[in-house]
Write a new protein. Structure first.
Length: 347
């Protein structure tokens, strides 16, 4: 028996993956005081809840920085490291940037879990960094009550190609690059109810880098970009719409893991699903059944990119998707003029 199989990491943490996020309403109170307005070089700060901060270096070049960490969403230490690394690096891709290097953040219950397991977490992170062509340059560690891991990632971007999360245009088509349901499956894993073949599919998705964000950064018709994490598809779409637009969603086109209903029938739902809905309920119309409620509010870990694309750029954009082996993705919705609600689900 290997050391990996002796310890199931999700049994040593109270929460899992991006489901660790503080509820939207509480987070808004915590970060309500903005303080970065005096820094003219700060192109993107916390005023827009974007995926990474951007500092203008001049000469058309910006530096990106982000940090992301969480508790285990899977039992395997190596996979935990891979998922956490892919999730953190995604924030750079979500700005249209190129990752340059990363530093690790590790919290480990030294009296409970073996050091060799922590080494496996770092080995998984290095594997993903290698795929992203960046070094894991350093980091910081603490002795903590529960295991946690993540990365601080630095990247670069040409400022003219910088993508933001709140700049869609009316009429833009919406695309999602990965299926939804990682929160549901993370809860199933923690409860010991997930089937091995389903875990394999979900882990593969969470470990897939969102490189398409860097690939499409130079496309003028890609108007807004963000990755879907703990606030679920609804939360991140509402952020994208801001106060200027609404959006319609096409339920049948929204990608999700085909086996989710098997777990939802067992009432396997993350706590943050309800916390997310409490924050968005008054801004959404058309969710009248449990399945859309459960999936659209599901807190994602290392989720896909939500991409807003103008109609004139669709042909070039779908060509990029095909080149990156993402062909077959259908538009999941469209940006529409501002209406009473922010999101309208179409069946």
């Amino acid at each position: 028996m290997t050391i990996q199989s002796q310890y199931k990491l999700t049994q040593y943490s109270s929460k899992a993956g991006c489901g660790c996020k503080i509820a939207p309403a509480d987070l808004e109170k915590i970060v309500s005081e903005k303080s970065e307005t005096n820094y003219t070089e700060l192109l993107v700060g916390n005023h827009s809840n974007d995926d990474a901060a951007v500092w203008d270096l001049g000469a058309g070049l910006g530096v990106l920085n982000t940090v992301d960490f969480f508790m285990p969403i899977v039992d395997d230490a190596f996979d935990f490291g891979r998922i956490a690394a892919a999730n953190a690096i995604s924030d750079v891709y979500a700005m249209g940037g190129k990752p340059l290097f990363a530093n690790a953040l590790l919290g480990w219950p030294m009296e409970i879990l073996p050091v060799d397991l922590a080494k496996e977490v770092l080995r998984g992170a290095r594997e993903i960094c290698k795929q992203a062509h960046i070094p894991l340059a350093g980091g910081h560690s603490i002795d903590s009550k529960e295991p946690l891991f993540g990365l601080s990632v630095t990247g670069s971007v040409r400022t003219e190609f910088l993508k933001r999360n709140n700049t869609p245009q009316e009429g833009d088509y919406l695309f999602l690059s990965k299926p939804l349901g990682t929160g549901i499956m993370g809860t199933a894993i923690k409860r010991g109810l997930a089937k091995e073949e389903h875990v394999k599919s979900v882990v593969e998705s969470m470990c897939t880098l969102n490189v398409i964000g860097e690939t499409i950064s130079e496309m003028s018709g890609v108007n807004a970009l963000t990755d879907i994490t703990g606030f679920g598809l609804l939360g991140h779409l509402i952020e994208m719409c801001g106060t200027h637009f609404s959006a319609e969603l096409y339920w049948e086109n929204i990608p999700r893991f085909a086996f989710l209903e098997e777990y939802l029938q067992q009432n396997i739902i993350p706590d943050n699903t309800y916390k997310n809905w409490n924050a968005w309920e008054n801004k959404v119309e058309g969710i009248t059944e449990m399945l859309p409620f459960q999936i659209l509010n599901d807190p994602q870990t290392s989720g896909g990119l939500l991409i807003a694309v103008s109609e004139h750029a669709l042909e070039a954009f779908t060509g990029k998707l095909k080149f990156n082996q993402l062909d077959g993705i259908l538009p999941i919705g469209r940006i529409i003029p501002k209406k009473e609600k922010t999101v309208y689900l179409c069946r």
